[in-house]
Design a protein around this ligand. Structure first.
Ligand code: 1CP
Length: 342
């Protein structure tokens, strides 16, 4: 099968399908018992990401169980700073812990180490393309520079990225220097994913929505535009989905300024905005993941609403953000069936 015949790729090429293809952000993860079993084999989360056997296995699990139309490479946004030599680790029950951003740590980053360090992830992409069903699209990804930088400035997960916003105002030169390193490393990482067999790529900008107007231009639009342009300069046919979370009112600007081929929508994007964007580029989304936790009529209503509002143009069914660990695997099966009209 040609890559452009796969359902998700057809939509990314602008086709409207009778039934939208479906995949789910964070589809490999803790809501699946088979994921937890594999995860237990590697207590260190980054080691888990760099273990080609384990990462291949957990990427395939949701494809086997549900027959999603796309698989997303199992990895994490923090493999890029890790590859640059940025101190990052995962703590049980706490999540990512990074050394706070400083001129000293940025000065120590080394682009020359990136490709070699990420080789196991690229090996996973190759294995996945060989093992996935022919009709399944393989998605690669990276974190958007701003979202990765948010965790670096704060040093850990926060609710509203107060520390990163203050840092962006008090020392923009430091943030810019780090973002520039992330842009360069992300371009090489994404190009290598394409060369290894990824059909398309997604850039996750989970924290785009906390920025003010000036910051959005500097830290979301500009770095994303550079990553997209950098990848496309080397691989002009690469398809890129942008996901600037919580950026409803800036989606049109984002699409125009970054050059992404499609855009992921979170669940707060109103139908009128979503439909307007869908006339410009294919869209992906956007059911609230909490409907998937609740199940029952709330789930059915959410699915039907999405199918209805996006029925006039190219659409990939997805959640508005990642599936959460407390989700019942049975609800996911019900969602896939309903979206597929079974
Ligand atoms: O213990 C575990 O098993 C760790 C949980 C976990 C998982 C399953 C983490 C740690 N990362 C991942 C995988 C992952 N992360 C994938 C691939 C799998 C898939 O989608 O099926 C992807 C695409 C990501 C991307 C990611 N990581 C983002 C962007 C998308 C999003 O969900 O917002 C972000 C912000 C992260 C950071 C991250 N990774 C992990 C944690 C605990 C965190 C912090 C999250 C937070 O701030 O709340």
């Amino acid at each position: 099968m040609q890559s452009n015949e796969r359902a998700v790729m057809r939509v990314l090429n602008g086709e409207k399908l009778e039934r939208p293809p479906i995949w789910m952000m964070r589809q490999a993860g803790r809501y699946l018992p088979e994921y937890r079993a594999e995860r237990a084999k590697s207590p260190n989360f980054l080691d888990f990401c760099y273990n080609t056997d384990l990462a291949t296995e957990v990427t395939l699990q949701p494809i086997r169980r549900y027959g999603f139309d796309a698989a997303i490479l199992f990895s994490d946004i923090f493999v890029v700073p890790d590859a640059l030599g940025y101190p990052v680790r995962f703590e049980e029950g706490r999540g990512p812990v990074l050394e706070p951003l400083s001129n000293e740590v940025v000065g120590r980053l080394d682009q020359a180490k990136v490709e070699g360090h990420l080789e196991p992830v690229i090996a996973t992409v190759k294995r996945l393309r060989a093992e996935l069903p022919d009709e399944t699209t393989l998605l690669g990804f990276c974190g958007a520079p701003w979202t990765v930088a948010c965790y670096s400035v704060a040093g850990h997960t926060t609710q509203d990225q107060t520390a990163a916003r203050i840092g962006s105002y008090s020392d923009p030169a430091l943030l810019q220097a780090f973002i520039d390193e992330l842009v360069e490393a992300s371009i090489s990482y994404l190009v290598n994913q394409i060369d290894a067999g990824a059909d398309a790529l997604q850039i996750f900008d989970t924290w785009a929505g906390v920025l003010d107007d000036i910051g959005f231009k500097l830290w979301c639009l500009e770095p994303t535009r550079k990553v997209v342009a950098g990848v496309k300069a080397l691989r002009p046919d690469a398809k890129i989905i942008g996901f600037p979370k919580a950026s409803s009112s800036r989606l049109e600007l984002y699409v125009r300024e970054t050059g992404v081929d499609a855009v992921g929508l979170d669940w707060t994007v109103p139908a009128e905005v979503a439909q307007k964007i869908q006339q410009i580029v294919p869209v992906q989304g956007n059911m609230d993941p909490m409907r998937l936790v609740a199940g029952g009529t709330a789930l059915e209503e959410g699915i039907d609403y999405c199918l209805d509002i996006f029925s006039k143009g190219p659409h990939i069914f997805n959640l508005g953000h990642g599936v959460v660990p407390q989700t019942s695997p049975e609800h996911v099966a019900q969602m896939v069936k309903r979206v597929k009209g079974l």
